[in-house]
Design a protein around this ligand. Structure first.
Ligand SMILES: CC(C)(COP(=O)(O)OP(=O)(O)OC[C@H]1O[C@@H](n2cnc3c(N)ncnc32)[C@H](O)[C@@H]1OP(=O)(O)O)[C@@H](O)C(=O)NCCC(=O)NCCS
Length: 165
């Protein structure tokens, strides 16, 4: 299946969205547009190419920072000893009807590409995600995210992995 990914808009039908995580369902239905208006997050939605109202998945992007003390030594020694800027994929979810068909990977790749483009004008040392459970941790490990020390569920993809050479 081919998907279109676009910024959240009022045209989408989020009422039936079910990704298996009630906080994520609730977020996209009730709070996402408010976060966009307040410049807290940018929210991107995926729909099947032939059904632009059907919400298949979404992710959010924001700016954040991370303390070097939580980074693996191999990375920390290349960075200053104060908090460094990162991009945050705050939320990512795929509707159950579309899970297991590659959409999660497409959304993650799209988020990395957007961060890579943005990083030409706003520096980031990596992408952070907060995995909500062991399943999510396995999903992100699969794509090269590494766990941060002392921060349960928080993982990092270093900029060197996703930046265009
Ligand atoms: C996690 C989630 C986004 C994955 O979406 P998806 O569309 O089913 O994922 P994909 O089909 O693109 O799978 C991509 C790859 O990750 C792997 N994968 C998927 N879920 C996984 C898991 N829980 N653990 C390990 N690997 C996983 C798949 O096997 C696949 O591997 P492959 O590329 O070698 O075939 C989706 O299950 C979801 O929305 N879950 C509920 C919300 C959630 O956990 N969000 C995560 C952030 S907190």
């Amino acid at each position: 299946m081919t998907y279109c990914i676009r910024p959240l808009d009022a045209f989408i039908n989020a009422a039936d969205f079910q990704c298996g995580s009630e906080p994520l369902n609730d977020y996209i239905r009730r709070y996402a547009s408010q976060d966009v208006r307040r410049n807290i997050s940018r929210v991107f939605i995926a729909t099947p190419e032939n059904d632009p109202r059907q919400l298949s998945g979404f992710f959010t992007l924001s700016a954040g920072s991370v303390s070097c003390s939580s980074l693996p030594a191999s990375l920390a020694r290349k960075l200053p000893h104060y908090p460094v800027p990162v991009a945050l994929i705050g939320r990512l979810g795929v509707d159950k009807k579309f899970q297991g068909k590659g959409l999660g990977s497409i959304l993650l790749a799209d988020a990395c590409q957007k961060v890579s483009q943005a990083s030409t004008v706003l520096a980031v040392a990596g992408i952070i995600i907060d995995a909500k459970d062991d399943d999510a941790i396995s999903f992100y490990k699969h794509f090269g995210f590494i766990p941060l020390q002392g921060q349960a569920g928080r993982m990092l993809l270093p900029a060197s992995v996703f930046q265009a050479k």
